[in-house]
Every structure is written in structure tokens, then in C-alpha cells.
Ligand binder design. Structure first.
Ligand code: BG6
Length: 520
């Protein structure tokens, strides 16, 4: 068990399924610089992630964490802020001494305007000091957790201040870029042009936090670490695939951002498209970052572009009206702060895609995501074809199609629905389910996605980050729908109540194919 983290040893002691697992690799010595360090993501996710990486022994001995944002904090004020956020949001509970005091010594802060190059020189001094005093070896990981409007400026100034990879002769420089990467195909290409002037693609880590979720990583394990699924993972056996990312929350104070984005940009173009790629891709030749990302890109390229004339048939949009969330009344989208009174922004999006290749020809992939729906539920459901011949059962017996569901959240696991005989003298058939649940299976609670992702970027493992070719292709896929939705107001908005299953137009889209959405 040498090198095993505390969490792992405890879990292995009680769970034979975890016995013999090697320790997580420790990251390289480095500085992690968070731009946008006074923001919400830093408070809720990123700093608690760094703290837990420390607790789990994944941070190296030589590390520095540097915050950079406009707020005028001193180092100590920043440390206090971060202490409070860890106490409030960390999965491991309140920070304990003496560990916190030791961790806090590795925290520093640089106040500055993103467009003031002098502040980047100040940052450089802090990083060089950390290299001398903390042994961070000239390695730098920059994390852009700012509004996307300043991504390009930050990158340009990093380069100008001698902080980019070209000028860093001592160690490596990498960059993590938060979503959204562009707001449409053109702006994504323009941003990429700026990024690639300074950072080679191998140094760019575009975050999609869905890829850091354990059950999402398990999609590949299910497909490529078992022999029983892959032979039937194709058009001969699969009828259709439904990918759902449903939320109960509304825009949560982010009306200003969301009203210019909408569900298609916010969820489908990135998170849901990544799920599609993982479910539909061919087996990679190896388990390294580029082999896997090559296959993801290939399958996205095979997605049939939605013809303009088919947009209204193959997509559906919705906007929530007032309703209720767990019994509490909630306002409609247009009543949310910073949302336009007559907003045409969709808070629900559904699209039907076809993947034009040998494996998937004619198998529809139905994708949907929405806010203020009946339940929080992200899942991928693979529905198999009907039986070729019905042998058993009488009228009233349900011979449902087999369905394999990969549950991403809030439940994490896999469930397979199949038909079984009802006990008794007659051959009655009912659909039953076989379930695997991560928590009880492995006896651990999955770490939040950001922990996994920041740790991977520190180690230089880009497998769970989206490569530019996939981002660009995902934009190409959604553009016809986005164009149409932007240019034509939906007069039915608001068209679903908060707490419901979504707009009737989404049901009609599936009814045209004689199918129904799974219940949220
Ligand atoms: C973010 C979106 O990327 O994902 C949010 O911007 C959304 O609007 C969130 O709420 C959903 O993430 P999760 O992990 O709660 O499904």
C-alpha cells in the first residue's frame, strides 16, 4: 500500500474492490495561477479542489498557488478568504490545523487589471520568488477562470511579460481555459487564433467539467474494458440513444451571462456533445490523450449537419415560466434578474442528431438539456431494438426494449433493464432492472470533477480536456440551430412551467419518430 492516499487506504480496508489499486500519481512541482481568483468558481470549486488535492497527497511538496484578479487583497486577506471558502465548500469539511497554516504559506495574491501589462510583471516576480523559495522549478499552470471576453488579453499579456512557454526556459507553461470557448463558430475560431499564437495545442487544457465526473470517465471503461457490450454497440442492436442533462436550478444569479448564451451554447455544444462523442466513438488505439481525442473528433465529424430546412423538425427549444421547485414557487425565466423582459433565450434545448458512419447509420441520438425541470438528472440511455419475435407473454405483458442507462448524476451508476419471468405457474413477463451504484460498489464518494481535472493538468495529462478540433466541430454541429434560434423569435415562449418535463415541442419532436423521452 506504499504511496496510497489516506482516502484510498481507508476505502481499501473495507472494500475488496479497491484492493491493490496503485496510488494516484503525484503532480510535478509547479505554480498554479488562478486568473479570476475573487470569483465564485474559485470560492466554491477551485480552492476547495486545491485543498483536497493537498489532503489526498496529490499536490507535490513544491507547489505555489497564486490568485490574480481585480480585487485589492493583500496576501493575508486572500488567504483568509480562501480559508473561509474551504471551510464552507470543501468536501472534507472545515480546514484543520496545522495543515491549513502550512498550506496557506503556499498561497499568494497579485491584484491587477487583466489589461495592465505591469501587473503581469508583478506576477512574474511572485512566480520567480516561489521558484526560489518553494522550489516550484519554473513550471507554471495558468487557469483562466474569468469572463471569456478577457481570455485573449490575458494570454497576450502573459506572453508580453515573459510568462508564456516561449520565454519560459526553466520549466513548462500550460494553460487551462474555462468554458465557454467562444460564443459561436466564428468567435471560437478567433479566440483559438489568439491562443495558438502563444500556446501550442499540447499546452492548452480546455475544461469541460463533465469529463471530470467519474461516471463520464466510466463510459470508456464500460465500453472498452468489457467484452459483452461492444459487439452489440451498433445499429444492428441499438434503436436510439437519449442523452439528458436536466437541472432543477434556474439561472442562479447568472442572468446576464445566460441571457446571451442559452441552453444550446451553455450545455449542448460542450458537455452534452462530449457525452455523445464518448458513447459513439470507435475504440482508440491506445489509452493516451491524443488517441482518445482522435476518436472523439472523428465521431463528431461524422455527425450529419442539420440542414436549415430541417432545423424546426430536428430541434426543439423552450423557456421556463413560473412554477415550482420541490414544492417552492419559483419565478419564470423572464422575471429573473438581468434577463430581458421579452427574452428569446432558450432555457431548454433538444436536438436530434445522426452519425453518418458504419456503426451508427440511421440511429438517432436525441440530446436535451434544460433548466428548471422536474428533477436534476444527467444520464445516457441506450435503447436496444425490439425483439425479432415474441415468444412469451400474454395480452397485458410488457415486453419492453432493453435499455442500458449510464447514470451520471445525481445517482452515479449503471442500470440495465431487461425482461424476466414473473414467478408463478404462467409465463408472464415483466421488465426488471439490474443496478450498479458507484458509491456502494466501490465504497467511496466520487471527488468533484475540478479536483481530478486540475490534478491532471498539473501532471500534463490532457485526456479529459477538449481539443480544439472537437470544439470547432461541436460548434459546426450546433450552428444551423443556433442561427435559426437567434434570428427567429419563438412566440410560444415561455412554453414550459418550472418543475415540468419541458416544452411540448420536444415531445412532438420524438413523437414524429414514434418515440418518447424518458421521464426526467
Ligand atoms: C455549467 C453551466 O457549465 O454547467 C451551468 O454553465 C450549469 O449553467 C452547469 O448549471 C451544470 O453543471 P452540473 O455539474 O451541475 O451538471
Amino acid at each position: 500500500m506504499a504511496g496510497t492516499t489516506a482516502t484510498q487506504s481507508a476505502a481499501a480496508a473495507v472494500n475488496p474492490l479497491r484492493k491493490g489499486l496503485a496510488s494516484d500519481r503525484i503532480a510535478d512541482p509547479c505554480n498554479v495561477v488562478f486568473f479570476g481568483a475573487s470569483g465564485d468558481l474559485m470560492k466554491r470549486m477551485l480552492m476547495p479542489a486545491m485543498w483536497n488535492l493537498r489532503l489526498d497527497g496529490i499536490l507535490p511538496a513544491n507547489y505555489g498557488i497564486v490568485g490574480f484578479s481585480r480585487s485589492q487583497y493583500t496576501d493575508d486577506e486572500f488567504r483568509d478568504q480562501m480559508h473561509r471558502s474551504v471551510d464552507e465548500f470543501s468536501r472534507s469539511g472545515q480546514a484543520k490545523e496545522p495543515l491549513w497554516s502550512d498550506f496557506a504559506k503556499h498561497l499568494a495574491y497579485v491584484p491587477g487589471d487583466f489589461d495592465d501589462v505591469a501587473c503581469y510583471h508583478a506576477l512574474r516576480e511572485v512566480l520567480e520568488k516561489n521558484d526560489r523559495e518553494l522550489g516550484t522549478a519554473g513550471n507554471r499552470l495558468f487557469y483562466l477562470s474569468t469572463p471569456p471576453s478577457v481570455f485573449a488579453t490575458i494570454i497576450e499579456h502573459l506572453d508580453a511579460a515573459g510568462l508564456g512557454p516561449r520565454t519560459n526556459k526553466q520549466g513548462w507553461s500550460r494553460i487551462i481555459i474555462e468554458k465557454p470557448f467562444g460564443t459561436d463558430l466564428d468567435s471560437a475560431r478567433a479566440l483559438q487564433a489568439e491562443v495558438s499564437k502563444v500556446f501550442d495545442e499540447k499546452l492548452v487544457y480546455r475544461i469541460d467539467h463533465y469529463l471530470g465526473k467519474e461516471p463520464v470517465q466510466d463510459i470508456m471503461a464500460l465500453r472498452f474494458a468489457n467484452v459483452i457490450f461492444e459487439p452489440i454497440w451498433n445499429r444492428r442492436y441499438i434503436d436510439s440513444v437519449q442523452i439528458t442533462a436536466a437541472e432543477t436550478v434556474g439561472v442562479e444569479g447568472r442572468g446576464g451571462y445566460y441571457d446571451n448564451a442559452g441552453a444550446l451554447r451553455d450545455m449542448i455544444q460542450n458537455h452534452v456533445m462530449n457525452l455523445l462523442a464518448l458513447v459513439a466513438m470507435e475504440p482508440p488505439v491506445a489509452a493516451d490523450a491524443d488517441s482518445i481525442r482522435d476518436e472523439k473528433f472523428k465521431v463528431l465529424r461524422a455527425v450529419r449537419p442539420i440542414e436549415r430546412t430541417r432545423v424546426t423538425l430536428d430541434s426543439a427549444r423552450g423557456q421556463y415560466d413560473a412554477g415550482s421547485n420541490a414544492g417552492t414557487p419559483v419565478p419564470g425565466y423572464r422575471e429573473e434578474p438581468d434577463v430581458r423582459e421579452e427574452s428569446n433565450t432558450e432555457t431548454y434545448a433538444a436536438v436530434k442528431l445522426l452519425v453518418d458512419n458504419w456503426r451508427w447509420a440511421d440511429v438517432p441520438f436525441y440530446l436535451r438539456s434544460g433548466k428548471r425541470l422536474a428533477r436534476k438528472k444527467s444520464e445516457i440511455a441506450i435503447r436496444f431494438r425490439s425483439l425479432p419475435h415474441r415468444l412469451f407473454g400474454e395480452a397485458g405483458d410488457l415486453l419492453d426494449n432493453n435499455v442500458l442507462v449510464m447514470k451520471i448524476q445525481p445517482e452515479e451508476g449503471i442500470s440495465l433493464r431487461f425482461n424476466a419471468k414473473v414467478p408463478g405457474p404462467k409465463m408472464h413477463i415483466r421488465s426488471v432492472s439490474m443496478d450498479f451504484n458507484y458509491g456502494t460498489g466501490f465504497g467511496v464518494v466520487s471527488a468533484p470533477a475540478y479536483e481530478r481535472l486540475v490534478g491532471d493538468a498539473m501532471r500534463g495529462d490532457a485526456t479529459l480536456f477538449t481539443r480544439w478540433d472537437a470544439v470547432e466541430t461541436a460548434w459546426q454541429i450546433v450552428m444551423p440551430v443556433l442561427d435559426r434560434w437567434q434570428n427567429t423569435a419563438d412566440e410560444s415562449f415561455p412554453n414550459y412551467s418550472a418543475g415540468s418535463q419541458g416544452p411540448p415541442s420536444a415531445d412532438r419532436m420524438l413523437a414524429m419518430d414514434d418515440r418518447e423521452w424518458r421521464k426526467i
